[in-house]
Design a protein around this ligand. Sequence first.
Ligand SMILES: [Zn+2]
Length: 395
Amino acid sequence: MYTGINASDIKERNRGLLLRLLCCEGVDSRIEMAKRSGLSKMAVTNITAQLIQDGWLEETHLTETNRVGRNPMGLALSASSPRVLGLYLSRKQVTAVLADACCTILHRETAVLEEGETRETLLEKCLGVLCRVRRKSPQTPLLGIGVAAIGPLDCENGVLLNPRNFFGISRVPLKEALEKEWGLPVIFNNDMNAAALAEALFSPDRRREFLYLGISDGVGAGIISDGRLFQNNGGFVGEIGHLGVDENGPLCSCGNHGCLELYVSMPVILAQVAAALQVQEGTVAPEQLQQVLLLPACGSIFRQLEYHLSYALTSAVNLLNPEMVLLGHEGVFLPDSLLYNIEKQINRKILASGHREIKVQKSSFGREAPIVGSVCCVLDKVFAGNLYCVGQVGQ
Ligand SMILES: [Zn+2]
């Protein structure tokens, strides 16, 4: 449905924009904020005055050494500004973090998932890590809880549907449980989308058009277009792992043949490497792939990865026209020379070949991207002007 914008919505959006400039881009002077946002100096002065009053910001002295006269006052996030709880649910563990609006992770707690886990024990562990991490900093107000979870998910209702190889657990109403326990907004997303959001908001070069390709137990993608996450209600966007790369290939759990993740998911790569090196499965860790995949014994695995990833990514790039592909999750452990070759292949095969140069790089957050991303699920709403709370005033 198309809706109009009321004056109060505009105020909230402008406030979110200034917070984004400060928190994501480090813009700490009112003059620079006005320049970058296009807002009048008066508007910036009014909004930042409110943010100071609400306990979000504090004034600092800008360190301009060659300036004549009084140094202008800068702005920084206040030590008692509202915080965000982040929860990352992976196949092996749940991690909770407490972060500020600059996405600085202040505290972290983890619980390992074990054989025999049930829906109830999983929920208990999720609530447990969040409680423990909150106890480390109980005073500051909370904006909300961001959840980054393995899929498939019903994002709208915050339900973990039926992940493969996940202790037989299905239909976990995580959002409902968290809302009931905490009474806070809960923003739910799959871990690929969350990781892509982390890159969009907090990577040093603030990319606006890219595809995040996460390689883990499965393979998935998060799509950022014009700086925003491409998302619809179903929660099934970016399932690049089920893009067909060989119609005569083996049967996938999704019912189709020759899906990408049958060839390039982390367990598949590790099993192939173990076989090639004639060692037991489980003895090679993802962190070792950077070196191990360059061994002569792994030559054909390297070439197959190059072939399948560049094949699938060429289709994805033709479809979405990103500027860049970011490899993330455990994909950050693949050798740089493999990424270089994939980049070369894509640029040779895409329709825009010769007109556009697509970069293939690793996620700037390494394997932390989904954890940072869980916090970003909430911060994205804050910076869009859709979520706000008053900080701890008078500290
Ligand atoms: Zn499939």
